[in-house]
Design a protein around this ligand. Structure first.
Ligand SMILES: *[C@@H]1O[C@H](CO)[C@@H](O)[C@H](O)[C@H]1NC(C)=O
Ligand SMILES: *[C@@H]1O[C@H](CO)[C@@H](O)[C@H](O)[C@H]1NC(C)=O
Ligand SMILES: *[C@@H]1O[C@H](CO)[C@@H](O)[C@H](O)[C@H]1NC(C)=O
Length: 492
């Protein structure tokens, strides 16, 4: 309520409120990102008066016909605006929301008006309105191409118009055809060429930002359509098989925790031979993996995936608890174990990993100094980005694990995370992103005066649901898009 009121009072109808200075900012086209992202959160929390006020405003005062923004991020607009409107409609049945969703869908559909019908992902909407010819980009991020399926499919189901589904199904078919032919069969590179439909251009692979939700949407599409087989189930199983082989790693920790993280892979080709190099890095964005595997394991009835999910989710909980203030950073590098099954802590391996990660040539004393200066917790070899920007992925996975297992110890973990997050990010008006989750004792985390719409749309929603009855937005009936908007699942 504090964060919502701050938005309402200081930034109504704009994209975000700055949570310290109380100013409006437009970051996503100026169509009220926080307003639209918060609709279903208000509904789920039973704040019906606020919800109806918000629906009025969306219906009367937000128009997707105009924007001051030069380019539109098709992916962000799809997951936040189209997803937010569809989720709120699915929950409430208010047809004003479906009609707005169709406005957004029709606008975005024009981004697919290219020679090969693949979308322009960073889209000059004004040039498109002037009727100028457009083509999909040579360099397109996998996530921005592969994470449109849920929203466009749900829009087709709800409107009865198949054109939205057809547009994204085309992308999925191309991805399916390319999946076994990349340098790392089963995975797609983070950068693909949408203009020439070339899906093996880049050499970097992983499940982190820029790729993440393309993988996440595979089991979620199967869930949306009530399927445990088919193109999405196949792509999901193949991609997780390859991830297990190439990306998953166990970090070495003092207590030999049985946890996992997904690393990144650089693959290079010489003389027809692919050599790969695992980078044992992870970050807050990769914390969705536990939730994805728990959901995928449930939908495909695969116990192995649920066991992996447990280890990934515990990995992020371990990362949170590694820091004095109890919150993990945006990105980090870790010391990998040589075996996933047996991994004893060794100070000298950790120190060696620090020296090689940071390319430092001094001996062991050098590493001890780095640990002290950079305040590196055990196993951490580098913290390239120490921010916490109110992201949801870690609590999102805890939420799915709790719903899938019913084990209340996940609630305890969520409570610890919430308490630490609120303490670190609390402002007089709302909550803010911070610059450094790991400040020296007595120092402040450095408040960044920014509150992205996913704080209200995702983080607070997942936390609320962890402490609610499991019937509230049951995972048997609903599947969340990557912005935490619940869509109703079709039943077989
Ligand atoms: C929203 O739209 C209503 C109905 O058109 C209008 O009366 C009201 O002034 C608008 N509010 C804002 C803040 O633009
Ligand atoms: C479950 O997943 C594992 C790992 O991806 C795979 O090896 C196994 O074949 C799957 N089992 C079934 C029944 O699909
Ligand atoms: C391991 O390294 C840390 C930090 O470099 C140091 O504080 C600690 O005393 C070392 N422990 C042992 C057992 O050597």
């Amino acid at each position: 309520m504090r964060s919502w009121k701050a938005y309402k009072e200081h930034a109504w109808l704009r994209d975000e409120v700055t949570p310290i200075t109380g100013k409006p900012v437009d970051t996503f086209g100026g169509w009220g990102a926080t307003l639209v992202d918060s609709l279903d959160t208000l509904y789920i929390m039973g704040l019906r008066e606020e919800f109806s006020l918000a629906v009025e405003a969306v219906s009367n005062n937000i128009s997707f016909e105009t924007t001051e923004a030069k380019t539109i991020n098709v992916f962000e607009t799809t997951i936040r605006f189209l997803g937010g409107l569809l989720g709120a409609y699915d929950l409430s049945g208010d047809t004003r929301l479906l009609s707005k969703a169709q406005d957004v869908g029709d606008m975005l559909y024009k981004a697919f008006d290219t020679p090969n019908h693949l979308p322009v992902t960073r889209w000059d909407i004004h040039a498109a309105a002037r009727g100028e010819p457009q083509t999909a980009h040579g360099n397109t991020l996998l996530a921005e191409l592969g994470s449109l399926t849920m929203e466009f499919s749900r829009l087709s189901i709800l409107t009865g118009n198949p054109k939205y589904y057809d547009a994204v199904q085309h992308i999925s078919e191309l991805l399916a055809a390319a999946q076994a032919k990349t340098k790392v069969p089963g995975l797609w590179p983070i950068v693909v060429d949408a203009s020439h439909e070339e899906f093996d251009l880049g050499s970097d692979y992983g499940l982190s930002g820029m790729a993440d939700s393309a993988y996440e949407y595979l089991p979620k599409m199967a869930a949306l359509f009530g399927q445990s087989t088919g193109i999405y189930a196949d792509m999901y199983l193949r991609s997780m098989e390859a991830s297990n082989k190439h990306l998953f790693f166990r970090p070495m920790t003092p207590k030999a925790d049985d946890i996992l993280f997904p690393g990144s892979l650089h693959a290079s080709l010489s003389d027809n031979h692919v050599s790969t190099n695992l980078d044992p890095s992870a970050g807050h964005l990769t914390c969705f993996v536990g939730g994805m595997l728990a959901l995928g394991g449930r939908v495909m009835s695969n116990k192995t995936h649920v066991e992996w999910a447990d280890k990934f989710t515990k990995g992020c909980i371990w990362a949170y608890s590694s820091f004095e203030r109890g919150v993990m950073p945006e990105t980090m590098s870790l010391t990998p174990c040589s075996s996933r099954y047996d991994c004893q802590w060794s100070n000298s391996s950790w120190h060696g990993a620090i020296l090689s990660t940071q390319s430092i040539s001094t001996g062991a004393e050098g590493a001890v100094k780095v640990v002290e200066e950079q305040r590196l917790p055990p196993s951490f070899t580098k913290i390239p980005d120490a921010r916490y920007i109110l992201r949801p992925e870690a609590v999102e996975s805890v939420f799915v694990m709790y719903r899938v297992t019913g084990d209340p110890s996940w609630q305890d973990e969520a409570w610890r995370m919430w308490t630490a997050i609120d303490k670190m990010t609390h402002t007089e008006l709302a909550n803010t992103a911070v610059w450094n989750v790991n400040p020296k004792p007595g120092e402040d985390a450095g408040k960044a005066d920014s509150m992205e719409s996913f704080w209200l749309g995702e983080t607070l929603k997942y936390l609320y649901l962890i402490f609610s009855e499991p019937e509230l937005v049951s995972l048997d009936d609903w599947v969340f898009n990557t912005e935490a908007h619940p869509f109703r699942r079709l039943k077989k």
